[in-house]
Write a new protein. Structure first.
Length: 716
């Protein structure tokens, strides 16, 4: 479907929904929760019109009591989230590897509900925090709900679930003063990390631009753990799950992220909502890396270690299907807040491995929902209900919705003819993968988990120069916020294990020296740890680089949904606006008209141009690119508007494409025009002159002109 058609379909749907809402609520009286019609919802019951309120006022009491209980505990992690409905469709049957029903038939659409989240911040925190993003998908399959509860980073900080509460306590705001909000740049986080060499690989990812995505729609997703596919013959195959966004994988600049947090803390949430509302449905392909069981020990890392990934250079990702998110939730609380994911919600054909991080998660999620959603019946909340029929002998409990009929609530029974029956495997009954286990009980970590650095090095070496610089900048920022020199030193020691160049550059930004190796405390392993068991090693990785690890290697060119600000004022040239608008819209980009205030702009041709935002109510950081149409009168006016000049300066600083249909005008007021070499501006994504829509589109497709950061002197 073309974007215009999608937009019309979405507008029609919105209209129908509105009509339906009106129809549904026609003749609806305001009532109490008992159905009593309310005659006056404006005044409480009082002893005289100036008298005290009466306890007898059950209408007031009911309303206030319900209000008092409106909040439920927020998620301890991943509290801030945004979600959408959609569907998943497999490209071809995967029966060779798995019997999972939803992965068999390419003509079948499986409904999904997908929730994205930040990890550390509270529910009301900013979207643009530097953080890992959760990427949870609930597939409502005919065989029961399957949840793929992943992240936008393919590895994790720790190897064993027993360290999770420590990690989260360290990253959350510090307990004495609850500062800082939604940020890892503080003492306790880096203290913990500096003592946990196993987190080094994940830190490289978390300090990269992956942790400040441009959009939730432009992030990859990963299952993180190695899972198992099981086919009809009961043959198991290891599998790693990937989500690949069709819009490419993009981040923003750190300075921009911080400014977006102030200008629009809902930036990601709004972006997802608006895209779906406009009929520009985000899409991801589901990819799998398939690893035969026989190859389990072929790698120089352990498949059960969640601090490692399987390089795509070694095992390519096979794209097996597509997810489309095409419907916004009707109610945030009922759906996005009450949805309960669980990595243990699996279906026949998908099974676990012994990854000790995954094993711990299998306990945690039900436990947390019991508290968060108030009891054992949270599976009855509409968003959590499976579409597969559900029958069992579980009964009662807080907030039970189902009215179970009949005399029996046990199995086996004869009084109800044995119902509900157990399903045979041929009838779809679940059967755990019969993995052979013959072991001693130990509190140990396998020696194969000991190499904490070589994949961190692989990641760093696989980045482009710009990406490496961003990691150096991020580490310098975060460690610069740490007030304890020993913590900073320990971190420099760990970074030195990744790359001496990296450690030297961060050290120089901190005004410190990289510590001598021998001075390192066992690579940060604390004295009370048994070094035999914990001291990390570094082996040489079997490959030196994997281009798939770099964001800048993928997904360029597509400008669909990019937000382009048109800087306008009275007297703007009609053609200059219309032609560029048409060209951009043809590519699926979104045009926003900015003006001196919220009233329409009068074009040179005498038309009214609707203004989407006034300069004072918006900020450059929420747009992807800037265009200044021609029109002498408009340019004269805009030269007098400091915010319009600031838009271009800041857009330049953040390396965004800029086009101006005329040279003599607003652009002459900018810092970069006055101070930088104009010869290089075109290759730097600054396009000047009439009729340059194709050049501008090509520039937007490149996302950013990061080279400009080398001249990081723009005062914006
Ligand atoms: Fe989670 N995690 N987690 N986690 N996780 C939760 O469950 C936990 C881990 C992830 O959108 C909680 O319902 C433990 C890895 C996502 O609702 C909780 C461990 C990965 C979400 C929990 C981990 C994740 C959660 C909090 C270490 C990537 C949000 C609220 C063993 C593969 C789901 C809730 C949503 C949420 C526990 C580690 C992803 C407390 C104990 C690794 C995307 O149960």
């Amino acid at each position: 479907m073309k974007n215009e058609e999608k937009k019309n379909a979405s507008d029609n749907k919105k209209h129908q929904d509105l009509e339906r809402n009106r129809e549904d609520s026609k003749d609806q009286f305001l009532t109490t929760n008992q159905g009593l019609k309310i005659n006056d919802d404006q005044n409480s019951l009082k002893a005289g019109d100036r008298g005290a309120s009466l306890l007898e006022d059950f209408i007031l009491r009911e309303k206030i009591t319900h209000f008092d209980h409106e909040r439920i505990p927020e998620r301890i992690v991943h509290a801030r989230g945004s979600a959408a409905h959609g569907y998943f469709q497999v490209y071809e049957s995967m029966e060779k590897y798995t019997k999972a029903g939803f992965l068999q038939d390419p003509s079948k659409k499986t409904p999904v509900f997908t929730r994205f989240s930040t990890v550390a911040g509270f529910k009301g925190s900013t979207d643009l925090a530097r953080d890992v993003r959760g990427f949870s998908v609930k597939f409502y399959t005919e065989e029961g709900n399957y949840d793929l509860v992943g992240n936008n980073i393919p590895v994790f900080f720790i190897q064993d679930a027993i360290k999770f509460p420590d990690l989260i306590h360290a990253v959350k705001p510090e307990p004495h003063n609850e500062i800082p909000q939604a940020a890892s740049a503080h003492d306790t986080f880096w203290d913990f990390i500096s003592l946990m060499p196993e987190s080094t690989h994940m830190i490289m990812w978390a300090m990269s631009d992956r942790a400040i995505p441009r959009s939730l729609r432009m992030m990859e997703g990963f299952g993180v753990h190695t899972f198992r596919f099981v086919n009809k013959e009961n043959k198991g195959t290891f599998v790693k799950f990937h989500w690949k966004p069709l819009l490419g994988t993009h981040g923003v600049a750190w300075d921009e992220a911080q400014k977006i947090s102030g200008n629009d803390p809902d930036f990601h949430r709004r972006d997802l909502w608006n895209a779906i509302d406009n009929g520009q449905f985000p899409e991801w392909e589901l990819g799998v890396q398939i690893i035969p069981e026989e190859d389990e020990h072929k790698f120089d890392f352990d498949l059960l270690d969640a601090t490692k990934l399987v390089p795509e250079e070694l095992v390519p990702v096979k794209k097996i299907g597509k997810m489309v998110l095409n419907r916004n939730p009707d109610n945030f609380f009922a759906e996005t807040e009450q949805v309960a994911f669980h990595p243990g919600h699996i279906v026949p054909g998908i099974d676990f491995t012994n990854d000790p991080l995954l094993q711990g998660r299998l306990f945690s999620y039900t436990d947390t929902q019991l508290k968060r959603l108030g009891g054992p019946n949270f599976h009855e909340i509409p968003i959590n209900r499976p579409i597969a029929p559900m029958h069992n002998n579980q009964r009662d409990g807080h907030m039970r919705q189902e009215i179970n009929k009949g005399q029996t609530s046990y199995h086996p029974n004869s009084l109800r003819g044995g119902c509900p029956f157990q399903a045979k495997i041929a009838e779809g009954g679940f059967d755990s993968y019969p993995e052979k286990i013959d072991a001693k009980k130990v509190r140990e970590r396998s020696k194969s988990f000991k190499d904490h650095f070589s994949q961190a090095t692989l990641f760093f070496n696989s980045q482009t120069g710009v990406e490496q610089q961003h990691i150096i900048d991020a580490l310098s920022f975060e460690l610069g916020k740490v007030g304890v020199a020993q913590v900073q030193e320990r971190m420099l020691g760990l970074l030195n294990e990744v790359s001496n160049d990296l450690a030297q550059k961060v050290a120089s930004n901190l005004g410190m020296k990289v510590p001598e190796r021998k001075e390192q405390l066992n690579h940060g392993v604390p004295a009370d740890f048994d070094p035999e068991r914990y001291e990390p090693t570094k082996s040489s990785p079997s490959i030196e680089k994997d281009p798939a690890l770099s964001m800048m290697h993928k997904g360029f060119g597509n400008i669909a949904t990019r937000q382009v600000a048109f800087l306008c004022a009275d007297g703007v040239d009609d053609n200059s606006v219309d032609e560029m608008k048409k060209a951009l819209k043809n590519e699926g980009a979104m045009v926003k008209i900015l003006g001196p205030n919220s009233t329409d702009v009068k074009t040179a041709g005498g038309k009214s141009l609707k203004v989407d935002e006034a300069y004072r109510t918006t900020a450059s950081v929420v747009y992807d690119a800037f265009y200044v149409p021609s029109g002498d009168k408009a340019h004269k006016a805009m030269r007098m508007i400091p915010k319009a000049i600031h838009f271009l300066n800041e857009g330049y600083k953040h390396c965004k494409p800029i086009a101006s249909a005329q040279e003599n005008g607003l652009v002459e007021e900018t810092y970069f025009w006055k101070n930088l070499n104009k010869q290089n501006l075109a290759e730097d994504g600054v396009i000047i002159g009439k009729g340059k829509s194709s050049e501008f589109i090509e520039a937007i497709g490149k996302h950013r002109f990061w080279k400009r950061e080398e001249k990081d002197s723009i005062p914006a």
